[in-house]
Design a protein around this ligand. Sequence first.
Ligand code: HEM
Ligand SMILES: *[C@@H]1O[C@H](CO)[C@@H](O)[C@H](O)[C@H]1NC(C)=O
Ligand SMILES: *[C@@H]1O[C@H](CO)[C@@H](O)[C@H](O)[C@H]1NC(C)=O
Ligand SMILES: *[C@@H]1O[C@H](CO)[C@@H](O)[C@H](O)[C@H]1NC(C)=O
Length: 541
Amino acid sequence: MPGLIDSLFGILAGVHWLSLGVVLFLAVPALAIVWNVVKQLPFLRDANRPPVVFHILPFIGSTVSYGMDPYKFFFAMREKYGDVFTFVLLGRRVTVALGTKGNNMIMGGKLSQVNAEEAYTNLTTPVFGEDVVFDVPNHVLMEQKRFVKFGLTTENFRAYVGMIEEEVEMFLNTDSSFSAYNASDNDVWGSFDAYHSMAQLTILTASRTLQGKEVRSQMKKSFAQMYEDLDGGFTPLNMIAPNIPLPNNLRRNKARKAMTDFYLNILRQRREKPSEETDYDMLAALKDQRYKDGRPVSDKEIAHMMIALLMAGQHTSSATVSWCLLHIAHRQDIQQALYEEQVEHFSNGDGSLRSPTYEELKGLPILDSIIRETLRLHPPLHSLMRKVVSDMPVPYSLGNASEDRTLVIPKGNYVLAAPCISQVDPGIWRKPLEWDPSRWTEAGSLAAQLYRDYTETGEKVDYGFGMISKGTDSPYQPFGSGRHRCIGEQFAYVQLETILAMLVRKLELKIDHVPPHNYTTMIISPQKPRNIEFRRRQVSL
Ligand code: HEM
Ligand SMILES: *[C@@H]1O[C@H](CO)[C@@H](O)[C@H](O)[C@H]1NC(C)=O
Ligand SMILES: *[C@@H]1O[C@H](CO)[C@@H](O)[C@H](O)[C@H]1NC(C)=O
Ligand SMILES: *[C@@H]1O[C@H](CO)[C@@H](O)[C@H](O)[C@H]1NC(C)=O
């Protein structure tokens, strides 16, 4: 009998502990959620901090709505909280500052306040390798940008136009998506996936030009796989936890080592057997550079810079060229105007067109404005981030609070600039969501003025990689601004202009509508379906 009672108690006690476990298991997260909500109540929030976007789940916060559609998220939050607000992104507190003042505050932020390395290194360092870009202090990055600029010269760009022209021709003749281009009956329509095909073409042209002949010759072989595996290492999760041994991360690590060795080998071979002909590529430019303290750039640093440049230029350029094609495929009138511009400048008089020079391509208003307008509506990078390293006061006028006080973004937060929003601000642009290249060419237009300020006439400053336009308060800054401003802008333009010019010479394109943005690809890419129909251009003599 006592035994029975004992075991009854035993069972009850067990039930008791079990249920306490269940209660705790449910209660702790529930309490965390309740506490998370309670501390957001207006009378509990710190009035000197930017408003926090209301969210139920701690850690997750607004990750999903931001990640699915950052434009929609930013516009909705601006409506609710004003230009400056904080949201929770995978456990980080991210303060967004919209508008030109927001752009200026973040992109022009002092080094003592904002830091790019800490925001980006988790994502980039495992892919690029050590000792470059965001794995080094800012002053070293500024020197590395200076080295890269030695490879981005007018002389090199002149050499690139012809190379890119050849690559486009070869691509159309050999790629299976373009077999209709080749058909002897030249009135056959085919179709290609705009983003997929342009990614392939872009890596061919970039490797042929910047990366050099050794990379180009391995493009259809070992290099392509290494590139794919490395690229798979760019995932949002890696921003907060870069080293989880997931299959994609393991492949990334292996590919990165192989890629480093690949460039090291090229450097060794070039030293042993110097080539007779000039190399117009980046390796040639980087191999003789020295830091200001006299230290030569190491081969490993060169290899890692080459990887960084490959990655920085690939998706940005290929997304842009595919958006350009999608738009001209949709707007027959503008496609026709673009083609006629080519005929006007390059006609041989017998129905054929001669090759353009670098200088000639640069001065073509329709071609140029198509690229500018596409980068306004579809800037590949929608969010530029920094970590706040010391408390950062927000100029009062930025907040929407009517109270007379200064907001402070605390150390430890991240700040996020979104020039993509000022690029479609209805207070600045006429019909902001319409793709209309002519806004850039109209005499005396605001857009034309903004562009000149962003590239030529605005304030100039030298951060250590040569004099550049500061551009931090520009509403239009697809290439960023300030000390982290893109150094690939001119190269990107050479590549985009040449590819577009060659494609419009050879193809007629059509599509019913331009697809919406896909934001899950890290950069803004076109959603599927995104097939463009094409046929070989019908030339009437
Ligand atoms: C259409 C093409 C491109 C676009 C739209 C673009 C855009 C940008 C933007 C917005 C930034 C600033 C990031 C920030 O402030 O957080 C940036 C930085 C950078 N870009 Fe580009 N880029 C393009 C092509 C290229 C190419 C072709 C290269 C190399 C040849 C390149 C190399 C770089 C580098 C090295 C940086 C980092 C600079 C730094 O943090 O100091 N980009 N780019
Ligand atoms: C296209 O035509 C060229 C020349 O006639 C030929 O060498 C090539 O194999 C063809 N390519 C395709 C993809 O049909
Ligand atoms: C970067 O990754 C480390 C783990 O390796 C993590 O502790 C850190 O918080 C991450 N940084 C950011 C900015 O999320
Ligand atoms: C968006 O991109 C992701 C990642 O590449 C892809 O899995 C998804 O199918 C794309 N969505 C659409 C609608 O294209």
